[in-house]
Structure formats: structure tokens, C-alpha cells
Write a protein that binds this ligand. Structure first.
Ligand SMILES: NC(=O)c1ccc[n+]([C@@H]2O[C@H](COP(=O)([O-])OP(=O)(O)OC[C@H]3O[C@@H](n4cnc5c(N)ncnc54)[C@H](O)[C@@H]3O)[C@@H](O)[C@H]2O)c1
Length: 401
């Protein structure tokens, strides 16, 4: 079967599903994108997008106009099903697999002999087996008739369309045949290498990558507390330490956000409580950092009656509009709730926010008594300490030179 005759059903049209669906649509596959949100489905069918990602608007428009991508509330029969729904955690950091379960149940009646079902959502070890069990419940013979595999997505928001094609991929099937079929599919559109393994190894590899980063950032965040006490510039310290040929410390920040690095380590911890002490400690160090930033702001605010505190950035990282699990947002909300001063917010990547009025960068700087840099968005990098001499600057990202 060449790709022009293949049909693909992508479940979940968010930051992963929509770029994947539209990329495949422009490569000649017949793609149906499924989402539970009617607004999202309608937006995409108009050739428009609901998220910010460079060039995604052009890709979606082109795939929709060519008739190769349509969005729907309902799945349909297809050769390949790709599940890209959220995998957050519930209370007490227990993985919430309900979206994966629900998505699998909605496609199960449409799956046919010879189909490939791929789980792309970041998943705790054993989730691909769960998908398989559900398909079996619906009478599918996953030992013979249906191929099931996990292929974790590792793209970086802001570079998704480039990385979807260029990144190496890890593909792990529930059996050898599934691994081979899934690997062949990715090789059709990925220019990076495709590595074959088992479903469980593929699941843990993605969790391991993000836990590695979390532990390394926790080390940097811990150094930032030590440096603050010792009155040492942590960014200078790290850049000097990184001159060692085998040292590569990441950067500290106001905490760790997003729905990957701050979430995925818990998927390991949940199943391996006794074995994951370092991974848990890192999570705790990173989760404690926002409170430390808030205490710094309070300390400075004491000098004023009712200071204007300009929070620069709400997103979870630089140059994106994604506010999920964002420490910058959590810090800003708490400062506002505790009425530490007048909180004004500048977030150039979103048009509006339901809780905060947004100010332009210039206006925020102009009005601020305390300037709190929370995200290293590109425009903020023009801040210069010399020009801010009358303001108090708390720079959690080390960008003010
Ligand atoms: N965003 C990233 O940068 C990134 C990177 C790597 C991996 N991931 C992983 O990819 C997965 C998806 O993440 P995302 O960022 O695309 O999430 P998202 O929230 O942007 O999108 C998920 C979409 O799925 C839809 N949805 C939920 N349940 C559904 C169902 N049963 N049927 C159909 N649609 C459903 C939602 O309405 C939403 O539009 C997660 O496991 C995430 O951890 C994300």
C-alpha cells in the first residue's frame, strides 16, 4: 500500500495531533482528525487553527484545501489510528489514563483486521498493553489481526513541524510484527532514524528523557538557592562550571512547567515508589521554586506601600502561548491573590487572559516598581540593567544584562 491510498484517523487535535494530522495530510495520506471539542473541529474544517505554532496555519490550510484533512467529532474506518490525547495526572500525581481509555473505546468499533493502532501520548509503562486489552474487549485479535505500538512524541513546541520530520523516533510494538509495521509507517515521513524496541521500553524511554531534564533542572534550581544565600551569580557560576568538558548543567528558572517535564517523572514514581527517590526529590525541588520566587517578591515589596509589580511572561517557557502547568502563571496568580501589590502582566504570545489585563512590554516596564522576569521570551531579552536602575528587578531567568 503506498501512502496515497492510506487513510489515517488521528484522535486528539491538540499540539501533537493537529501538526501530525496536517503533516500527514500534506504528504498525501487521507486524514480524519477527531476531537471531542466542536469548536476545534469547526475551526480546523475552516482551514484555521486554535493553537500557536509556527507555520501550522499554512499546513492546515493546505491539507484542508487539498481535501486530505477533515476534522470530525466521530472517528471513522481507517488503515492507521493515532492516539494523541492528553495524559495528565490526577490528585496525588496519579496518572490519569481516562483520555487514552476513552479514545481507544471510541475507535475500537471502527478498527478492522490489518489496521495499525499507535499510541503517541506520553504514557506510563503498561499503557500500550491497556490499549491492547481494550481492543481485545471489543473482540479484536491483537495477537494476529491488529498491530498495536507506542511511539512517543518528543517535539519541542515552537519547532513542532520541523521536529515531527527530523527527530529520531522510538517505536515499540506489543509484539515483533507490530513493531515492524509501525516502524515502516514512520519511515515513510520521518527523516530522522527510527529505532525499534518493545512497547514498554518505548514508554519508559520518553519518561526517562523528561526525568533526566527534570533532575538536571532541579540541580540548577538548587544551585540558584545556594548562590542566592552566598551572593553569587548563579548564571555565571553555571557557565563557568560548564566549561568543564564533561559538565553540562541546565539553567535555573521560576520552577518547571509544561505538561511534559513537570508531569512525566510522576509516571515513573507512581509505579516505582521505592526505586525513584532521586526523581521524586527533583520534582519536589522544582515544585518548591515558585514559592521561593514569591518570598523574594514579598521581601522586596515590603519597601513599598502598594508597589506595581510587573510580571513578565505567563507561558511555561519561552516564545510559546502554552500556559499549562506554568510556574509563571502560578506565581502571578498567587501574588494577585495575596494582594502583594498591583499586579500587571505582559504576555506577548496571547491576545487576552480571563484573569489578567495584558499590558504592552513598554507599558509594563514604565509602570513597574518591581519587575519580575518569569519567562525568557525573545522581546524581554532587550532588558538592560542600566536602563532599569530605578526599578527593582527580580530576574528568574538570568536574561537582564
Ligand atoms: N505538547 C507537547 O509539546 C507534547 C510533546 C510531546 C508529547 N506530548 C504528549 O502528547 C499527548 C497530547 O498532548 P497535546 O499537547 O497534544 O494535548 P492537547 O491538550 O493540546 O490536545 C489534546 C486534544 O485531545 C482532545 N481530546 C481529549 N480526549 C479526546 C477523545 N477521547 N477523543 C478525541 N479527542 C480528545 C482534546 O480536546 C484536545 O484538543 C500528551 O500525552 C502529551 O504529554 C505533548
Amino acid at each position: 500500500m503506498d501512502c496515497s491510498t492510506k487513510s489515517i484517523c488521528v484522535i486528539g487535535l491538540g499540539y501533537i495531533g493537529l501538526p501530525t494530522a496536517s503533516l500527514l495530510g500534506t504528504k498525501g495520506y487521507q486524514v480524519t482528525g477527531v476531537d471531542v471539542s466542536k469548536d476545534i473541529v469547526d475551526t480546523i474544517n475552516q482551514g484555521k487553527i486554535h493553537i500557536v505554532e509556527p507555520d501550522l496555519d499554512l499546513l492546515v490550510k493546505s491539507a484542508v484545501n487539498a481535501g486530505n484533512l477533515k476534522a470530525s467529532l466521530e472517528p471513522c474506518k481507517a488503515d492507521i489510528f493515532i492516539i494523541a490525547v492528553p495524559t495528565p495526572f490526577k490528585e496525588n500525581h496519579v496518572p490519569d489514563l481516562s483520555y487514552v481509555e476513552h479514545a481507544t473505546r471510541t475507535i475500537a468499533p471502527y478498527v478492522q483486521k490489518g489496521n495499525l493502532v499507535i499510541l503517541e501520548s506520553t504514557s506510563p509503562v503498561g499503557t500500550t498493553d491497556l490499549v491492547t486489552d481494550i481492543l481485545q474487549e471489543y473482540g479484536h485479535n491483537t495477537a494476529q489481526d491488529i498491530f498495536v505500538a507506542h511511539c512517543p512524541e518528543r517535539v519541542l513546541p515552537g519547532r513542532i513541524l520541523i521536529e515531527l520530520v527530523q527527530n529520531d523516533r522510538i517505536v515499540g510494538g506489543i509484539n515483533n510484527a507490530s513493531t515492524k509495521v509501525a516502524s515502516r509507517f514512520y519511515k515513510e515521513f520521518v527523516s530522522g532514524q527510527v529505532f525499534e524496541t518493545t512497547a514498554k521500553t518505548a514508554e519508559l524511554s520518553k519518561l526517562t528523557e523528561n526525568s533526566f531534564r527534570d533532575v538536571n533542572i532541579a540541580f540548577a534550581n538548587e544551585l540558584s538557592l545556594i548562590c542566592d544565600r552566598e551572593n553569587i551569580d548563579v548564571w555565571e557560576l553555571i557557565s563557568l562550571a560548564n566549561r568543564h568538558p564533561r559538565v553540562n548543567i541546565l539553567q535555573p528558572g521560576p520552577g518547571v512547567g509544561g505538561h511534559c517535564i513537570a508531569v512525566d517523572p510522576w509516571f515513573i514514581i507512581h509505579r516505582n515508589v521505592e526505586q525513584s527517590k532521586l526523581i521524586r526529590a527533583a520534582r519536589e525541588v522544582n515544585d518548591a521554586k515558585p514559592q521561593w520566587v514569591i518570598s523574594k517578591v514579598k521581601e522586596k515589596a515590603e519597601r513599598f506601600k502598594h508597589p506595581v509589580i510587573a510580571c513578565l511572561g505567563l507561558a511555561f517557557k519561552a516564545n510559546v502561548d502554552d500556559l499549562r502547568e506554568s510556574p509563571a502563571l502560578a506565581i502571578t496568580k498567587q501574588l494577585a491573590e495575596e494582594n502583594i501589590g498591583e499586579i500587571i502582566v505582559c504576555e506577548p504570545n496571547i491576545k487576552a487572559h480571563k484573569e489578567f489585563n495584558l499590558y504592552s512590554f513598554d507599558e509594563a516596564i514604565e509602570r513597574a516598581d518591581i519587575l519580575l522576569v518569569l519567562v525568557d521570551h525573545e522581546p524581554f531579552k532587550s532588558l538592560s540593567a542600566a536602563k532599569l536602575s530605578e526599578k527593582i528587578v527580580i530576574d528568574t531567568r538570568g536574561i537582564v544584562k
